[in-house]
Design a protein. Structure first.
Lengths: 184, 326
């Protein structure tokens, strides 16, 4: 995290080279790589680090890809949010049995580790929808109180999990908040 | 007119506001769709009933003091422009009936209504925010030229609403319409016009800045840039090349590994370093680190891709035409 701050400071003060970037070629090449889930070749990746204009364009093109995937996800029936139904079975807020909350396209599971008492949160996309997920994009699960539950890249099985870093019991939090999925 | 709070929601937070309304409208859209099919067109009473139910659903959110409350308030302002919303819904109703005649499934038939509602929200927003005559003229010219560009290039653009298109169209305008006073040629300016006016962009839920400011996507975390891990490793090498004092100051300034968090003032006092000297040393160290990092990145590339001395980029992607951009 700390190295990120230093890198961010270095890039923020990076001057714009006088030579003009061929934006059309660069944007087309980046779009082609990202939309096919491929890593950028070293020359294109280097430009992202060496030129503010290339970095800005890369950010825009990546946002295009995120937007397109989000649109395809929704068109394919994928939901962007989920809440625990009030009518569901009584919630075991202290127990160790996993609780899964399922929406169209993804499932969120909360599970308390019996030994440490820590909560494990996991998110799994449905295989058919996950198969189309462009490599290099990330997911973020945030609740309606603006608390981030999960953030990062999907593993090869289309899932992501993390220990719950907050004090509040996540299942109690679900009494009052919806969960929202975002592709980032 | 839009209020001060509405300004942000109708501007940079427009996608969030549109999504909020669409989420609450969707459950009722099928009912409107069935009414359209039953009446063989959009009846005023059905549209008013749909609009009224949506307003009621959103009004119910107003009393809740949560983060969605401002969205509900702005949504109601937007839905006040019911007149502007009507035409896109009517167009959608026609498209629905056409699909119905061609034997489309229910899901197919309702598709245009989803799109129509999104377009209706965009129309209401335009009505609320206001579009100047100049902006309207520029957009009409860009709209016309972009269609010509699409036809001439014959390239299968997915839409007129992504950055590969914006950059290629900017190149076309610079090459062929540089002296056309009615167009803009900067990529960012083009993106702004298309995101604000082009129906393709409305379909894609693009963010639009209502105040005419350049619209930027949310800044990406540095860790999401391609090659981040390698850059971080190179930076560590570069840090080790700094002098002891400069490295200590950079460590304090950026709370780097191995340094107990300490503010710069406390560190300066303990080490009897003036603020001026501290700031100048950090500034020089950052310039040195940046040069070192850029050199490492350049050195990592195959010989044929390197550019010697002060790095400006990769030549095969450079355009030396020296455009005089507006």
């Amino acid at each position: 995290m700390t190295a990120q701050r230093l890198l961010a400071a270095l890039l923020a003060s990076q001057p714009q080279p006088e030579t003009e970037l061929d934006e059309a070629s660069f944007a087309a090449a980046v779009h082609d790589c990202l939309s096919r889930g491929q890593d950028l070749p070293p020359d294109l990746a280097a430009l992202v680090w060496l030129r503010p204009d290339a970095r800005r364009l890369y950010t825009h093109v990546r946002a295009d890809i995120v937007r397109d995937f989000t649109r395809r996800w929704q068109a394919g029936g994928g939901a962007m949010g989920v809440e625990r139904l009030a009518a569901s079975a009584p919630v075991d807020e202290a127990g160790s049995a996993p609780e899964a909350i399922t929406a169209r396209g993804f499932t969120v599971t909360t599970h308390q580790d019996r030994g440490s008492g820590r909560w494990l949160i996991s998110l799994v996309l449905e295989p058919d929808l996950a198969a189309e997920f462009p490599a290099g994009l990330g997911v973020e699960l945030r609740d309606s109180g603006d608390l981030v539950w999960l953030s990062g890249s999907l593993d090869r099985l289309g899932g992501i999990d993390a220990w719950w870093p907050h004090e509040e019991n996540p299942r109690q939090r679900l009494r009052h908040h919806q969960l929202q999925l975002a592709f980032v | 007119m839009a209020g001060a709070d509405d300004g942000e929601l109708l501007g940079v937070r427009w996608p969030e506001l549109a999504r909020f309304i669409l989420d609450r409208a969707r459950p009722d859209l099928a009912r409107l769709g069935h009414a359209v099919i039953a009446a063989n067109g959009l009846e005023d009473a059905d549209w008013q009933a749909f609009h009224g139910r949506l307003v009621a659903a959103i009004s119910a959110r107003l009393d809740r003091q949560d983060r969605l409350q401002p969205l509900a308030a702005s949504a109601l302002s937007l839905l006040g422009e019911a007149g502007a919303m009507r035409a896109p819904i009517e167009d959608a109703a026609k498209a629905m009936l056409s699909l119905r005649l061609r034997g489309g499934s229910e899901a197919d038939v309702l598709g245009p209504l989803h799109l129509g509602l999104r377009r209706a929200l965009v129309a209401a927003r335009r009505q609320l925010v206001g579009i100047s005559a100049h902006e309207d003229r520029v957009w009409k010219r860009l709209d016309q030229l972009s269609r010509t560009f699409l036809a001439d290039t014959g390239q299968a653009w997915a839409s007129r609403c992504d950055w590969p298109f914006f950059t290629a169209f900017a190149r076309f305008l610079k090459d062929h319409h540089r002296n056309d006073a009615g167009v803009v040629t900067k990529v960012e300016s083009l993106a702004w016009y298309f995101q604000r006016h082009c129906p393709d962009c409305a379909e894609r839920g693009f963010a639009v800045d209502a105040d005419g400011n350049e619209q930027e996507p949310a800044p990406m975390p540095i860790s999401s840039l391609p090659g981040f891990a390698a850059a971080r490793d190179w930076l560590e090498d570069c840090l080790s090349g700094l002098g002891d004092e400069a490295r200590a100051m950079v460590n304090v300034q950026f709370c780097l590994e191995g340094v107990v968090e300490m503010n710069a003032k406390a560190w300066r006092e303990r080490n009897q370093v003036t603020r001026h000297r501290y700031e100048r040393t950090v500034e020089t160290a950052l310039a040195s680190l940046r040069a070192c990092l850029e050199g490492r990145i350049s050195d990592s590339l195959p010989e044929e891709l390197r550019v010697q001395s002060s790095w400006v980029g990769l030549e095969h992607l450079m355009d030396d035409a020296g455009d005089d951009l507006p």
